[in-house]
Design a protein around this ligand. Sequence first.
Ligand code: UP5
Ligand code: MG
Length: 205
Amino acid sequence: FDQAKVTVIFVLGGPGAGKGTQCERLVADYGFKHLSAGDLLREERNRPGSTYGELITEYIREGKIVPQEVTIKLLENAMSSTLASPPHTSPEWSNGHGRFLIDGFPRKMDQALKFDESVVKSSFVLFFSTTEEILLERLMERGKTSGRDDDNKESIVKRFRTFVETSMPVVDYYRKAGKVVEIDSSPPIDVVYEKVKVEIDQRLG
Ligand code: UP5
Ligand code: MG
């Protein structure tokens, strides 16, 4: 992708930190295209004829990171098709320019390096941080209705471990590069979003 024509913001944070929730708000106010890596993987798993269905199911239940080739391909395809037919209601997409929120990716160093090198570099990283206690409470609550087969105590504990061991190094890597905007996502959704808007306004102008 032409670096001058796409703006990418990575949205990271532990399982249940509120990535998806905050992204939805940003879409409404700033015309971003929201691409959740987890949602793309779940869609691919459900697609009839998908070669990766079983693999994805297994990895998600175990809270492990699906091999990067699969996820990067899904993201690239989604970005291309969005650019080919942009969300026409958004003035932000005039002049063939696109802006993307990439949610829940990259969460392993190999993904980060590969995407930066062969797809496009992100402008910055929104990182939502809170305590495991809060994350667990949110996910258990959501699990009552979400239908997600990783919203159970056993999978959640595995997701936490992967986040600490595998995904935090990615956050630290971008932090060293001065790219991380950290936001405490413990407060109520509206309070968090006010902080998000301030940071986005400063950086996107
Ligand atoms: N909620 C949100 N914000 C709140 C607030 N401020 N106060 C009170 N409640 C709040 O929110 C979670 C719940 O909390 C909701 O009920 C919400 O109302 C409430 P949500 O916005 O959904 O949080 P989010 O951070 O998006 O949580 P999610 O569960 O989606 O995060 P994960 O990172 O675990 O899930 P994801 O879908 O990204 O990935 C799932 C799996 O896919 C991974 O575990 C992995 O196996 C696989 N994967 C890969 O292999 N590779 C990838 O690159 C990406 C994913
Ligand atoms: Mg999510």
